[in-house]
Write a protein that binds this ligand. Sequence first.
Ligand code: GUN
Ligand code: ZN
Length: 432
Amino acid sequence: MPVYRSALLRFADDGRALYDEDGLLATGPDAQGRQRVLAAGSWQALGSQYAGQPVTQLPGRILAPGFVDMHIHFPQTDVIGSPADGLLPWLENYTFPHESRFVESGYSEQVATFFLAELLRNGVTTALAFATSHPTSVDALFGEAQRQQMRLITGKVLQDRHSPDGVRDDTEQSLIDTEALIQRWHGVDRLGYAITPRFAPTSTPAQLRGAGELAARYPDVWVQSHVAENLDEIRWARELFPAARSYLGVYDDFGLMRNRAVYAHCIHFDDDDRALMRDTGAVAAVSPTSNLFLGSGFFDYAGADRVGFGYGLASDVGGGTSFSPFHIMLAAYYVGREGQSKQGLSLSPQQLWWQHTAGAAKALGLAGVVGNLQPGCEADFLVLNPQATPLLARKTGQARSLDELLFALIVLGDDRVVEQTVISQAKYGSSA
Ligand code: GUN
Ligand code: ZN
């Protein structure tokens, strides 16, 4: 049973950070053989229970929960940094042509291997990811995540219109493929399936209806899509679905608003949209580096909190510019500050970190499973080095409070801070 002695970061149920400068983390196998947190807290309170056991001492390091990325596109790993005049030209000129390559399983597998290594290197241990419209891309990503024993949720993209040859799918076949993939992968080891209509403009009403029927038939699979990201996109969605109350209302009309439904962006909302999110249990994947890069706008944190719907942070690679949760938390801080000038709010370092760990897990319906280091959680965790660069060492060395320490890491940190990423292993896994 591994026991670690180190500084330890975790979160209370109300989102407050709990920090033990001299902490203890003990993990051990559950009935299925998977490593879970057995004890977490101060060394002084817990250390005597583990007397005589070997202890891994990590002086100067911080044990922290693995990050949770609520929205990322694995086939856009190589699309990062493609400049375009907004979302729709970016999709047409870079994203759709590139995604057509994932029809080949060898190519999909090669990118999947790189993609998961990049997530882990950056400290992301759970992700909700888009694949492409090709079932090969889904098999490739699930297969590699299973080998790594990672908790990963993905799905075949549904897009049967307004999409070029090479990525456009067939309405009926796309729904047959989706159901077959749910049955092949959902709930296998740590994997989960997400029904994935790309966004309303690229699906016919028949495809959205079919997706909604599957969402009703398989209530514990996830649903993921995009909404209200860009003004041209919204105009287009409203032209295509004139009877809907709003763009978000389209998804409601087709039965795609429910618990475990995750909508990326949610920028240009009114309060009725916010109330629909709250009342249906759908949540937002806030993607600040993407929104800044594509000039889409600013997520309204104050509006979300006023009405009360769930959200968490996401990279949205390749609209997003970085896999690093540190870069994403910093961009979210900038977005919160922008909103503050219009009666918004300033996000605290603890709130930002929570939104990318326990808060994101809660939004995904995985509270107490990942994103935290409380007893019972799966033991996905990071060894962080707050002295990873000369400037970080100087700055974190002067921190007088937890907020100052976390803020220094958010502002100055990146993959160099992540010294080790530990994935909860099970006995039956190939690498266990
Ligand atoms: N809307 C529809 N598809 C996409 C995509 O791939 N990325 C982003 N950011 N928005 C989208
Ligand atoms: Zn996206």
